[in-house]
Design a protein around this ligand. Structure first.
Ligand SMILES: [Zn+2]
Length: 254
């Protein structure tokens, strides 16, 4: 029974992933992502449903448009598979719950943010607002600890916001600060601090490797790293904090 449920979650993740590809393409181009039909980017051929089966269509047509043979970006099946995999890990670790479902929605928004920020150095405000709304649901569901979430919103995010204003955006982007405020409402203050810490470490390591080996620019988009940090903390935040308290001996004092 549980196996079937996981298969359904995986399939649902793929379908949502397919929609995320549309968002990734159309939000930066400011196109309508609901009404307009999907089409090939090079010949304009309108895609039928069987051209849009997540991952499978890409594999069957070997990553080419069925009409003109133009190469289709590997990004499409990757985003779909990633979204499904990330959903499955959330449910596997956190169990089948409403909170897990909310984390999945936040994850999808983070995935879109990561790809768009990586490409355009901008974090669409609409997606951040969506995450903030999910955070509101999280804090209401856990209303006995609501202060934890309010502190979450006001800790990392607010500090970054102040740095953004004081430095005129030369150190950190305004989109990054707002994203951390929204995610703080989802995670609470302990986990959002941890998420930021993880994002900085990952960003420093991966970006210096990219600069060394692929000649990437010094300027880095922080969004993808923040997204990874937030995701890790949604899934493993409690375990990581417990582990840290244990190795530091703080769990005996607290
Ligand atoms: Zn085509």
């Amino acid at each position: 029974m549980e196996g079937i449920l996981y298969i359904l979650i995986g399939m649902f993740g793929l379908v949502i992933g397919s929609f995320l590809n549309v968002l990734i393409l159309r939000i930066p181009a400011k196109e309508d992502f609901v009404k307009e039909r999907s089409h090939c980017m090079s010949c304009g051929y309108q895609l039928a449903w069987y051209d849009m089966v997540p991952v499978l269509s890409y594999l069957i047509y070997r990553g080419r448009c069925r009409n003109c043979g133009a190469k289709i970006s590997i990004q499409y099946p990757l985003v779909e598979a990633c979204n499904a995999g990330l959903y499955l890990l959330i449910f596997y670790v956190n169990g089948l719950s409403i909170l897990s479902s909310i984390y999945c929605l936040v994850t999808s928004a983070l995935l879109v943010i990561a790809v768009i920020d990586f490409r355009t150095f901008e974090i669409p405000l609409g997606l951040t607002i969506f995450i903030a709304l999910m955070g509101l649901v999280c804090s209401v569901m856990d209303y006995k600890h609501i202060a934890l979430y309010v502190f979450g919103m006001c800790s990392v995010g607010l500090v970054l916001e102040i740095i953004f204003i004081l430095t005129g955006g030369s150190v950190i982007g305004g989109g990054d600060a707002t994203l951390m405020m929204a995610a703080g409402l989802v995670l609470g203050w302990q986990k959002i601090v941890l998420a930021f810490f993880l994002a900085c470490i990952l960003g420093a390591i991966i970006h210096s490797l990219r600069m060394k080996f692929t000649g990437a620019d010094k300027m880095l988009a922080l969004g993808p790293y923040l997204a990874v940090g937030i995701y890790i903390c949604m899934v493993y935040g409690n375990q990581l904090i417990q582990w840290y308290l244990h190795i530091s001996g703080l769990d005996y004092i607290l």
